[in-house]
Design a protein around this ligand. Structure first.
Ligand code: PMP
Length: 349
């Protein structure tokens, strides 16, 4: 096992959760069946799915007029499936462009309709969250990515708009509460704060869902998938069971408010060390710094060589930044340990 894993996804799992899952692969909770053999038409699976959905609703205080789905596919798939369901050729989606994942969403959206960027921080190398000085918007919906996994920036306040709002919360879900008055669709792929890759969480306001396109194949059609309670075809049963173990662990720890405090505490500790360090720097606008993905760069080539060696000697894995940005990156997701963050902080000083 990796002792200090700071990958931005698939991310580190708490050991207790890994142990429960591995036991379940042999026999799931005295049911005389392996997780891998559970059928999606069984009462056992219905109970697992319903508990996962109900814990998610409880953690996020999801209002009753939203549908909650756990579906096959990752973030990119749903960044494409969203416009497939909600946009048509003569319609326009508006975007706040805060980096790589916004660009991917824009690229996929253009297959279905128009995509217009209303604000971007591209000129500043995505080192900040774009300005949000808009008031009356004219479009089918507004879309943005709340936490930028690659660039290490995060919306502190979710923007409010006069049109429906779609948010990619893949790398921050469950790390803070969500104001559902400001969002109509939340999408989050699982492999950071929820569970294994191949699963995504969708929370969709019913009034928005009712107006979704009908000319979408049933397998991609959110209305159909919601009507079938996330069980239209064989769902990713292993991912759903493993995610339930993660959410049970989160519940035992104290839910979203606990993780909001813990992740902030760890992030502050690391940012403090980065700001003090003579080897590295973080050039993100301080007010926009992400709690979840902490990026930094070596001050010069010599420092870079030195810290690469220091991290290797300390057995810290997956700290290299994403290829689109370079530098270094530490994921401070819910399953991350204080011990790992403290170790990195120490080694930067
Ligand atoms: N959105 C965000 C914010 C992400 O961080 C990622 C993956 N890191 C994705 C979408 C894409 O997810 P996937 O690899 O599951 O397609």
């Amino acid at each position: 096992m990796i002792k200090h894993n700071v990958a931005s996804g698939p991310a580190v799992y708490p050991l207790e959760v890994l142990e429960k899952i591995s036991k379940g692969v042999l026999e799931y909770e005295s049911n005389e069946i392996s997780i891998l053999e559970i059928t999606h038409r069984s009462e056992l699976f219905f109970a697992i799915r319903d508990e996962l959905i109900s814990l998610t609703k409880e953690f996020l205080n999801v209002p009753d007029d939203f549908s909650l789905l756990y579906l096959q596919g990752g973030g990119r798939q749903h960044l494409a499936q969203i416009p497939m369901n909600f946009l048509s050729k003569n319609e326009k989606a508006l975007f706040i462009d805060s980096g790589y994942w916004s660009s991917k969403a824009i690229e996929y959206t253009k297959f279905y309709g128009e995509a217009e960027i209303i604000s971007s921080s591209k000129n500043g190398n995505y080192n900040s969250i774009p300005e949000q000085s808009f008031s009356e918007l004219d479009g089918k919906y507004l879309q943005y990515c709340a936490n930028n996994t690659i660039y290490g920036t995060q919306f502190q306040e979710l923007p409010k708009a006069n049109i429906p709002v779609v948010v990619d919360m893949s790398s921050e879900i469950f790390s803070r509460s969500i104001d559902f008055k400001k969002v109509d669709l939340v999408m989050a792929c699982a492999q950071k704060n929820i569970g294994p890759a191949g699963l995504s969480l969708l929370i969709i306001k019913n009034s928005f869902l009712e107006n979704a396109n009908d000319n979408v194949p049933a397998i991609f059609n959110y209305k159909n998938l919601a009507n079938k309670n996330s069980n239209y075809n064989t769902p990713p049963i292993f991912q759903i069971c493993a995610s339930l173990e993660m959410l049970r662990w989160m519940k035992a720890k104290g839910g979203v408010s606990f993780f909001e405090t813990e992740t902030k505490r760890r992030a502050e500790l690391l940012y403090k060390a980065i700001d003090k360090s003579e080897l590295v720097q973080n050039n993100i606008s301080v007010k926009d710094r992400s709690i979840m993905n902490i990026v930094f760069d070596a001050i010069d080539i010599k420092s870079e060589q030195k810290i690469v060696e220091v991290f290797a000697n300390a057995n810290i894995k997956n700290i290299k930044g994403h290829k689109a940005r370079g530098g270094f990156r530490v994921a401070n997701y819910l399953g991350q340990s204080l011990e790992t963050i403290e170790l990195i902080a120490q080694r930067l000083l």
